[in-house]
Design a protein around this ligand. Structure first.
Ligand code: ARG
Length: 481
């Protein structure tokens, strides 16, 4: 007889059995389910619902199942619907009728809600470790090659020069926020729903707090209806995963462009690229492209989860079984993508010469020149015009701002209808004033990256501090275990 079969006559239509079972997917929860069952058995014993001997027998039986699950030798029977019924049946096969006491005061509804939270806890830990690993890789590269200068871009057009280290650390910031979101998601999920029963609460005086403490959870859920139907934590996790993947996708996208020979800023290790079946010349950044593509999948999982929840009346509805595929897939994709990106970034060869060449091409130091004019007393708007004229002049001559003749600087200043500009135009004509030399200096890449020395800016000093502080944080993390 099926576990819930008392009121039924006849067999379930095989079509319906197949359509409702979840064992292929929820077997991922087997170890969490066993942890939950062992804690539940102890709770039943505390409540006087099991003798010490029964409790010991059940715990031993569940522990032997744990060994089998770990060894991969437990056979999952699709006829038994889900992981919970499979494990209970395996326990019964082992222990006989005493196994029938395990499900006292429990429903699969509070059971699966607990399993998912336990799964979430270990998944959050694994993902956090993978996030840290990628952060380390980025910080390593920033330490080694971070002083290289590249043309920072907005609108994908050359904008201002930035240090490679600054660019890499931008991703470290994103990854740190991802870690924060994971920790936050777990903080709210850190409650035991066990004892909520099917929906109304267990019919026995179970000490829910003690069972929660046994499981290392911070407390218990406060409302049984909410406890069996709450999947907020799944939504929060999927939101964190979708955003975390989005960060990886942006990094992947940049590497796809940067590895195109037209950029030529990075080369992927041969071990991290693939070729073409037809074009012998090809070296493709497929791992990056797949991370980018899978990001859409994870974003879709978030939308699916929200869709599952929005029409559900209280309490448990079977729709909730559909939470697992998105959760498990999102976690798997995120984890593997983090590891792929750590490998790819670790294996990159940066061509800092090509980066510098590109930085020398787009007049990316024009803002630095304008800022230097402001320091000589010109209003910023006027300085912007003057620097703009210098850019147009340099474009026309096919040279850089710091190659322009003194006459060009004097002309650019002289064309500005501003009292300070006229004064500066006169100074420009006078070599001894040092004005043009100072502006040419401001037009170099080195001077331009030094200027944004504000907190969070790209000045080498700030970037060195940021790298050191990221390194310190990661090292402390390592010693804290
Ligand atoms: N497999 C189910 C799920 O994942 C377990 C809970 C089933 N509860 C029920 N009353 N059918 O949601």
């Amino acid at each position: 007889m099926r576990m819930w079969g008392g009121r039924f006559t006849g067999q379930t239509d095989p079509l319906i059995a197949e359509a409702t079972r979840s064992i292929e997917i929820d077997q991922v929860l087997a170890l969490d389910d066993l942890d939950g069952s062992i804690a539940h058995v102890r709770g039943l014993e505390r409540a006087g619902l099991l003798t010490a001997a029964e409790s010991r027998t059940l715990v031993q039986g569940l522990e032997s199942l744990r060994e089998e699950v770990r060894a991969g030798t437990l056979a999952w029977d699709p006829a038994l619907e889900d992981v919970h019924l499979n494990l209970e049946a395996a326990l019964t096969a082992r222990l006989g009728p005493v196994a029938g006491k395990l499900h006292t005061g429990r429903s699969r509804n509070d059971q699966v809600a607990l399993d998912l939270r336990l799964w979430l806890r270990r998944t959050v830990r694994e993902l956090d470790a993978s996030l840290v690993e990628l952060e380390r890789t980025l910080v390593d590269r920033a330490e080694r090659e971070g002083e290289a200068i590249l043309p920072g871009m907005t609108h994908v057009q050359p904008a201002q020069p930035v240090l490679l280290g600054h660019h890499l650390l931008a991703y470290v910031e994103m990854l740190e926020r991802d870690r924060g979101r994971l920790a936050d998601c777990w903080r709210r999920a850190d409650r035991s729903p066990l004892g909520a029963g099917a929906l109304a609460g267990a019919g026995f005086a179970l000490d829910r707090e003690a069972t929660a403490a046994d499981l290392g959870l911070a407390g218990v859920t406060a409302n049984s209806l909410d406890a069996v139907s709450d999947r907020d934590f799944a939504v929060e996790f999927l939101a964190a995963a979708a955003l975390g993947m989005t960060h990886l996708s942006r990094l992947a996208e940049e590497l796809v462009w940067w590895s195109n020979p037209a950029f030529g800023w990075v080369t992927l290790a041969d071990a991290h690229a693939t070729g073409s079946s037809m074009m012998p010349n090809k070296k493709n950044p497929d791992p990056c492209e797949l991370v980018r593509g899978r990001t859409a999948r994870v974003a879709g999982h978030l939308a699916a989860m929200l869709g599952i929840l929005k029409g559900l009346p209280l309490a448990y509805q079977r729709d909730l079984q559909e939470d697992k595929a998105p959760l498990f897939d999102a976690a798997g994709v995120w984890r593997s993508s983090l590891r792929v990106m750590a490998a790819v970034v670790g294996g990159l060869t940066f061509d800092v010469g090509r980066m510098r060449e590109a930085a020398l091409r787009g007049h990316v130091t024009a803002t630095s020149v304008a800022d230097a004019l402001v320091e000589r007393g010109l209003p910023f708007r006027a300085a912007h015009h003057v620097a703009g004229r210098l850019v147009a002049d340099a474009e026309q001559r096919g040279c850089r701002l710091d190659d322009l003749e003194t006459a060009s600087y004097a002309a650019a200043l002289g064309a500005e209808d501003d009292e300070d500009a006229r004064r500066l135009a006169a100074e420009a004509d006078d070599e001894r004033s040092g004005l043009v030399a100072a502006l040419r200096e401001a037009a170099t890449l080195e001077a331009a990256v030094r200027r944004p020395a504000v907190t969070g800016g790209t000045a080498p000093e700030r970037v060195r501090e940021a790298i050191a502080s990221a390194r310190r944080r990661l090292d402390e993390e390592a010693t804290a275990g």
